[in-house]
Structures are given as C-alpha cells and as structure tokens.
Design a binder for this molecule. Structure first.
Ligand code: HEM
Length: 469
C-alpha cells in the first residue's frame, strides 16, 4: 500500500461544528498550514482527503470518471433526488449530460438575456432611495425568478406566481435535521419537517408536470430550456426524458443553481461597493455601451466578467463536493484507498499566493492579466461533473450586475467586513449585505455622453479609467 496523505486523526467536535454550521474556511486553512496542501481527515462521513494542490486537482479532474462514485447520495436525496444528473454515474450520467448540455450552453443562454435584465429591473424597482435593503434578498428573488421563467419556462403572471410559491415552499421545507439524519425521513402521520418537505416536493412536481403536459397538448415547440429538454432525444434511438424525469431534473437544477448564483451576486455587489476604483472601472465599461445596453453586449464585457470570476474565486459558494474513490487512487504522490473520498478545495486553491498574489484582495484584473487553467480556478468544479450551469451562471451574473450597475447608484450601509459563512448547502455572505439606494445613475450617464459628444475630434471626453484592480 502506498503512502497516505498526512493529517489529524479526526475532526475535533469543534472543527466539525465550525465546518458544518459556520465556515469550513478557517478549518481547512489551518489543516493546510499544519500538513500541507493535501491532507486526510476522519470526517463523520468517512475518511476524506482534501487538496488545494493544482497537480492533485488535475489528477482528480482528468481521471476516468468511472474511478469515482458520487459522495453522500443518501444525504442529498431530498435535494437532488435519486436519478437527477447531479447524482447519476456511468453511462446514465453521460447520457444526462449529453441531453442537458445544449439547453445550458452559453449560446442558448444568450437568448434569455432580456428576460434576466427585466427580472433584475423589476426586483430593483422595489428599492426606495435612502432606504436600506438586503441585497441578498434581492439577488435571491432575481435568481428564483430566473429559474422559474428561464429554466422552467413558466409564462403568465398567475402561473409564475404559483410556481414561485411552490419553489419557495420547497426551499423552506428543507431542514438540516432530516438532511443530516436520514433516519428522520419518516412521515410521522403527515406531521413534522420531512412530511412537509414531501408535500412541497409533490406540489412543485405536479406544477412542473402540468406545465410539460400543457405544452405537449398545445404542440408548443418553444426553444427555451424546458422546450429543449422536452425535445432532446437519446443517441441510442430511445425516446426522450419522461415527464416525471424532467420534473426531477428541474428540481435538482433549481437547487444547484439558485442559492449559488444568488450568493455570488451578493458577494460581487459587496466587493464592488467596497472597492471604488473597481466599481468605477466596471461602470465605465458598461457606460461605454451607451444607453440601455443590450444584455448580449453586457455578457461580452471583459472586465465585468473578471469581476464575476474574482467574486467566485475569493468566495466560492460550493466548497465541499467530494467523490468516493472506487479503487486505490494516485493523488500527488499519495495513494488514496478505495472507499475514501477526495475533495478539490476551492477555498485552499483560490487562496494560494503563488497563483493569486495577495489572495485576500478583490482584484478582478488578475483575470485579465493571465489565464487560469481548469485546475487553478475551480469555482464550478471540474472534469466530467463540472457544473452544468456554469455558462448559465456567468451570463446571469453579468446581465444582472450590468443592468443594475448601469442604472443605479448604491452604497453599502456599513463598511464592516462581511464573512464567508455556511448557508445551508452553499457558503455565502454573513447577514443580508445591507445596501442603500442612492438614486438612479441615468443623469450622470447622460452627462458623460454629452461630454463625450462635446469632446474634440477623436477624444471621447470620458476620463481615462483609473488604474483599477
Ligand atoms: C455561481 C453559480 C454556481 C456555482 C458556483 C456552481 C458550482 C457548482 C459546482 C462546484 C458543482 C460540482 C462540480 C463538480 O462536481 O466538480 C456544480 C454542479 C452542478 N451545477 Fe452548478 N454552480 C452554479 C450555478 C449553477 C446553475 C445556474 C445551474 C443550472 C441552472 C447549475 C447546475 C448544476 C448541475 C446540474 C450540477 C451537477 C453536474 C453533474 O454532477 O454532472 N449550477 N455546480
């Protein structure tokens, strides 16, 4: 047997509670400082090797996918079900990825830019000048409506409202008690958190199946995401996905895509309003597109993209995706025994000084200065299971930020630092990211445009961008 990675004998109870309920960040960073970038711990769910070493991460992401099982399928069943793309393996997983890939491609996403911009403006229209509001509540509301309208393809105010309620009911019905302790997944005569969760699941599934059947009955061949899922056909000449299967996939996608995107948008808003030079540069980039920029143009802005990547780097929302090793696995000079789990840790990798100098600083331009390999930036995971919604999330983030920043002036209610903490399945900002609407930016933009027109031949009249981070 080869060498095992070094590490403590087990998680102490304090570390377990901190990791599971508060934040994994200080714990993994302390272990990495003690044992190096690859270490092995005894977690409550078995032996786990965590690595922030790009070469070890390369080994995980380039390995034959058949070398791994999905970790914690039983624990995540209330969220991802038993047969969604997030938990299937082998041929079934390859088939699901092939069917679901095209609807989630960047190209397909761009068709939805206008809807995403409209949703952003609708949510922002509820802010009142001078009054504090929770940016996280806003980004959650935006991400929720994007899922309902863009992914589920629901149309009409009444149906959108009903589906939104059903989704919220399902999200709120998830309780850590039965997720952590599967033994509590019992009906108890229709009472208790699990029974409530089951009712909420059935209610949403019923709405989704109703939507699918109504479309089939009407011969609706819309090319939105649901339409593409309904018309996708297996390569082997078999049919497409059954209605209930599509509903389960949609539910899993909801959980994978909602909180993650909302948290990342919340972080991006926070950092932009703590770093005035960064904000000025990104707003300058948006203004240069002229009034009412097209969502497609926003999605193509390089510095705005760098802002999103930097938010995902500094505070990755998904930090503990593990894979179970089916047979002994070579990892950076160590041998991981069959049955152990391995995790590529974005918290460790994205905090490396050699890859990201001054990693604690929010400096989007690092993504313009060099290209990071898939083993150096892993907010969306990697390999055969890399986030299916990565392109979707990036377009969504750019359009939401570009639309809001182009129109409004905002500030943080307080300059007190916010911590990256556990928030259910994901990690995100502590508190709600309280912000204050200062007013609309339109006048300032109009002034700049007027100044640009007045500028003498060839000079734009716009101030050259300050050397922003
Ligand atoms: C900023 C937003 C997001 C982040 C940071 C994120 C991150 C991740 C990560 C780390 C994984 C695991 C990858 C791995 O195992 O290596 C994942 C998987 C997944 N994500 Fe995302 N995600 C985001 C948004 C979305 C969105 C918007 C959707 C869909 C609308 C989505 C759908 C999925 C699905 C279906 C999987 C499972 C893929 C598989 O197992 O094959 N995600 N995501």
């Amino acid at each position: 047997m080869g060498t095992l990675p070094p590490g403590p004998r087990s998680f102490s109870l304090v570390d377990f509670i901190r990791t599971g309920f508060i934040s994994a960040e200080p714990v993994v960073k302390r272990y990495a400082a003690l044992y190096g970038p690859t270490f092995r711990v005894k977690s409550p769910n078995g032996m786990l090797t965590i690595t922030g070493d790009p070469e070890a991460i390369r080994a995980i992401y380039t390995a034959d996918p058949e070398a791994f099982d999905v970790w914690g399928v039983e624990l995540t069943e209330p969220v991802f079900g038993r047969s969604s793309v997030a938990v299937t393996t082998g041929a079934r997983h390859r088939r699901d990825r092939k069917l679901l890939g095209p609807p989630f491609s960047a190209g397909a996403m761009r068709a939805h830019g206008k809807t995403i911009a409209d949703i952003s403006l609708d949510v922002a229209s509820r802010w009142r000048p001078g009054r504090a509001f929770s940016m996280l509540a806003a980004t959650r509301a935006i991400a929720l409506d994007v899922i309902v309208r863009v992914v589920f393809g629901v149309r009409g105010e009444e149906r959108i409202g009903r589906t939104r309620e059903a989704v919220l009911g399902l999200i709120e019905s998830l309780s850590p008690s039965f997720i952590v302790l599967p033994a509590l997944r019992r009906d108890f005569g229709g009472f208790g958190p699990y029974a409530r969760n089951q009712r909420a699941t059935r209610a949403l599934d019923a709405l989704l199946v109703e939507e699918i059947r109504a479309r089939r009955a009407a011969g609706d061949a819309s090319q939105d995401i649901l339409g593409l899922m309904m018309s996708a056909r297996h390569d082997d000449g078999g049919g497409g996905m059954a209605d209930v299967e599509i509903a389960e996939q949609l539910r899993a996608i909801l959980f994978a895509g909602h909180e993650t995107t909302a948290m990342s948008l919340g972080w991006a808003m926070y950092w932009l309003h703590r770093e005035p030079a960064v904000l000025e540069r990104v707003v300058g980039e948006i203004d240069a597109l002229g009034p009412a920029p097209a969502p497609d143009a926003l999605a193509s802005l390089p510095y705005l993209e760098a802002v999103c990547l930097e938010a995902l780097r500094i505070h990755p929302p998904v930090v503990d995706v593990a894979r179970v090793v089916k047979r002994p696995f070579q990892l950076g000079g160590y041998t991981i025994p069959a049955g152990d789990a391995v995790t590529a840790s974005p918290l460790l990798l994205h905090g490396r000084e050699d890859l990201y100098p001054s990693p604690e600083r929010f400096r989007p331009s690092r993504f313009l200065e060099r290209k990071f390999s898939p083993f150096e930036f892993i907010a969306f995971g990697g390999g055969a299971r890399r986030c299916l919604g990565a392109a979707f999330a990036m377009v969504e983030m750019k359009v939401v930020l570009g639309t809001i920043l182009g129109k409004y002036r905002l500030r943080l209610e307080s300059q007190a630092p916010i911590r990256h903490v556990r928030r259910g399945l994901t990690m995100g900002p502590s508190g709600g990211v309280a912000m204050i609407l200062e007013g609309e930016r339109e006048r300032r933009a109009a002034e700049r445009r007027a100044a640009a027109v007045q500028g003498s031949q060839g000079t734009s009249g716009r101030r050259p961008p300050t050397p922003a981070s």
